[in-house]
Design a protein around this ligand. Structure first.
Ligand code: XMP
Length: 527
C-alpha cells in the first residue's frame, strides 16, 4: 500500500486517485495518526501531503514521534509534497523560512543537470516543466545529505532528495494536471525508484472484500440491508450476497414518492437479474398519510426519515421471526469520500458539514437496534464502485443512473405532496423529460436531471379551450460531486420538443419552465 498522510491539502484525494489509476492501492489517513496505525497498514511508500499550515505555526500537524526511525528501519520511501517537503526539511534538521502569504500558481521549474536516478532520473521526464507550485514557506537550508534536484526559474527550491535515506520532496503538486510532467514523475517515483509493482485490480478488491465479510459474519449470523434503488446500496448488497448468500435479507420500501414505474423496474433488476433476496414493502399509505397537509420542507424530510426507520425496524423484526435470531449486521453503501470527509484533518477547511449525506442515508438507524456495520465500499470512490458493479454483473445503464434523493419526489413538489394528483403528474412529466434526454444521448453528460411540480395554476389555451392548469419546471445540472453545480445548456430544439411533448401528453399541465440557476445560490433539489 502507498499510504498518504493528509495534512489538509485540497488535492489530497487527488493523489490517492492518481495512484490508484496506476493500479497501485493507496489509502489516505489523517496526517497526525499514531505510529501504531501507520505500522498496522504496513506501507511500502508514504506520501506526506500538502496543507495550509506553516511548519512554524503553533500546533502545526506533524507525523507522530518515532516516525523517522520507523521509516528508516523499514526502508520505506517517503515523499513530501509542499507542506510535506517542509516537514521533512524541518524535522531532519534543515531550515524553513516563513513566507508572507500562501498562494498557488503556475511556475516553470528546471531539473538540475546530471540528475541520475532519483525523482527525475528518467529520460522521459522533461528537464523544463510547468508545475502548480505552492508559494509560502521556503526551504532555505537543507538537512545534511539532501540535494536540490530542481529549482524554479526564480531559483526557489522545487525538488529535493536524499536517495540514501529514501526521503524525497516536491514543492509543487505533481497530482494536478497543470503540472505537465507530474504524472510521469509520480509513476517513475513509485515504479522505478520505490520498486512498487502494479496489480491492484477491482477483481482483487471483490475477492478480498468477500473474504473479509466471510471472516466477519459468523455461520449463524443474519444480515439486513435497505436497498434504495441507487447504485451504492445495490452494489454493496450484491457483494455481501456473494459472500454469505441468503443470510442477507434486503428490503426495498415503496414510499409512494418514487418515479414512474420505479418499483417495478428496480424489483425486476434485484430479483431477475441480480437474484437478491428482497422484500418489497408497499408503505405508500403510511408515508402519504403522515405527509398530508405538511408544507414545511424540513418537516417533510423528518417525517420521511422517521417513517423509513419505523419500516426498517418492522422488517428487522420480521427477519427475526423468520430465522429465529436477531439480525447482527447491517450493510451500508458508504463510500470513501464520506469516510474521509467525516474525519478531516485540523485546518483542512473541510468540516463535518460536508457529510450532509449521512442524514440523507436511508439507513438512519433506530438506536436500540445495536447492529454492527458492514461497509464493503468504504475504501472506494464512486467510479470504482461502478467498476465493481460491472464485475458483479449489474448493467451499465443502471450503474450510470443519476442520483435520486432519499425523500424522493417529496422534495420536487414544493408544499403538500398529497394535494391533488401532483405525484401522478410529476411522474409522467419526469419520465418524458428523462426519456427525451436518453433519446438525445446526453444522459451521461448530465449529473442529474428531473422535473419539478409547481403548486401554481396558470391560464393556457389548449385545443381552442381555455385551461387553468399546472406549471412544471425542468432542472438539469452538471456537477462533480453535487456540492456545487451548473445548470445544463440544452439546445433550444430539444427544449421545444420536450415542452410540446409534455403539454400534449400530460393532462393537467399547460406550462413548462426551465430552471437556470446554479448551486449556489440554489440547491439542486427544490426542497
Ligand atoms: P442539494 O439539493 O442539497 O442536493 O443541492 C445535492 C445532491 O444530494 C442529493 N440529495 C439527497 N440525497 N437523500 C439523498 O440520498 C437526501 O435527502 C437528499 N437531498 C438531496 C440531491 O439529489 C443531489 O444529488
Amino acid at each position: 500500500v502507498v499510504l498518504i498522510l493528509d495534512y489538509g491539502s485540497q488535492y489530497t484525494h487527488l493523489i490517492t486517485r492518481r495512484i490508484r489509476s496506476l493500479s497501485i492501492f493507496s489509502l489516505t489517513i489523517n496526517g497526525t495518526s499514531s505510529l501504531d496505525t501507520i505500522k498496522e497498514l504496513d506501507p511500502r511508500v508514504i506520501i506526506l501531503s500538502g496543507g495550509p499550515h506553516s511548519v512554524h505555526a503553533e500546533g502545526a500537524p506533524c507525523f507522530p514521534p518515532g516516525f523517522i526511525e520507523y521509516v528508516e528501519s523499514r526502508g520505506i520511501h517517503v515523499l513530501g509534497i509542499c507542506y510535506g517537503l517542509q516537514l521533512i526539511v524541518q524535522k531532519l534538521g534543515g531550515v524553513v523560512k516563513i513566507g508572507e502569504k500562501h498562494e498557488y500558481g503556475r511556475m516553470e521549474i528546471e531539473v538540475g543537470k546530471n540528475v541520475i536516478g532519483g525523482l527525475f532520473g528518467n529520460t522521459e521526464i522533461g528537464d523544463k516543466q510547468v508545475v502548480w507550485m505552492s508559494h509560502g514557506d521556503e526551504a532555505v537550508k537543507l538537512p545534511e545529505g539532501f540535494e536540490v534536484v530542481a529549482r524554479s526559474s526564480q531559483g526557489a527550491v522545487a525538488a529535493i532528495e536524499n536517495r540514501e535515506r529514501r526521503f524525497y520532496g516536491l514543492q509543487y503538486h505533481p497530482e494536478v494536471t497543470h503540472s505537465t510532467e507530474g504524472m510521469k514523475t509520480l509513476r517513475h517515483f513509485l515504479f522505478d525508484v520505490c520498486g512498487i509493482t502494479a496489480g491492484w485490480k477491482m477483481e482483487d478488491v471483490l475477492e478480498e472484500e468477500i473474504k473479509v465479510i466471510k471472516g466477519m459474519v459468523g455461520p449463524e449470523d443474519h444480515v439486513i440491508c435497505a436497498l434504495s434503488g441507487g447504485v451504492d446500496s445495490t452494489v454493496a448488497a450484491k457483494l455481501v450476497h456473494k459472500a454469505i448468500g441468503d443470510r442477507l435479507h434486503c428490503v426495498f420500501v415503496d414510499n409512494g414518492l418514487l418515479r414512474y414505474k420505479e418499483r417495478e423496474r428496480v424489483m425486476d433488476l434485484f430479483e431477475k437479474r441480480l437474484h437478491l433476496p428482497v422484500t418489497c414493502v408497499d408503505a405508500t399509505e403510511e408515508f402519504l398519510s403522515k405527509l398530508k397537509g405538511v408544507t414545511e420542507p424540513e418537516m417533510k424530510r423528518k417525517i420521511i426519515g422517521k417513517e423509513f426507520i419505523n419500516i426498517f425496524d418492522l422488517f428487522a423484526h420480521d427477519v427475526e421471526k423468520k430465522v429465529g435470531k436477531k439480525p447482527t449486521y447491517l450493510v451500508q453503501g458508504t463510500l470513501y469520500p464520506d469516510v474521509i470527509e467525516s474525519c478531516p484533518p485540523p485546518g483542512s477547511g473541510r468540516t463535518h458539514s460536508h457529510t450532509i449525506k449521512s442524514h440523507h442515508n436511508v439507513g438512519g438507524l433506530p438506536k436500540d437496534m445495536k447492529l454492527k456495520l458492514i461497509e464493503p465500499l468504504k475504501l472506494l470512490f464512486k467510479d470504482e464502485v461502478r467498476e465493481l458493479g460491472k464485475i458483479l454483473d449489474i448493467s451499465e445503464d443502471f450503474l450510470k443512473r443519476h442520483p435520486f434523493p432519499g425523500p424522493g419526489l417529496a422534495v420536487r413538489i414544493p408544499g403538500d405532496v398529497t394535494a391533488g394528483n401532483s405525484l401522478d403528474i410529476l411522474r409522467q412529466v419526469d419520465e418524458i423529460f428523462i426519456q427525451s434526454i436518453r433519446d438525445a444521448k446526453i444522459y451521461d453528460e448530465i449529473w442529474q436531471a428531473f422535473a419539478v411540480f409547481l403548486p401554481v395554476k396558470t391560464v393556457g389555451v389548449q385545443g381552442d379551450q381555455r385551461t387553468h392548469s399546472h406549471a412544471v419546471a425542468l432542472r438539469a445540472v452538471t456537477s462533480q460531486d453535487g456540492m456545487t453545480a451548473d445548470w445544463y445548456y440544452f439546445d433550444f430544439k430539444f427544449l421545444d420538443d420536450v415542452s410540446r411533448k409534455i403539454c400534449n401528453s400530460v393532462r393537467g399541465v399547460n406550462r413548462v419552465l426551465l430552471d437556470i440557476t446554479s448551486k449556489p445560490p440554489s440547491t439542486i433539489e427544490w426542497e
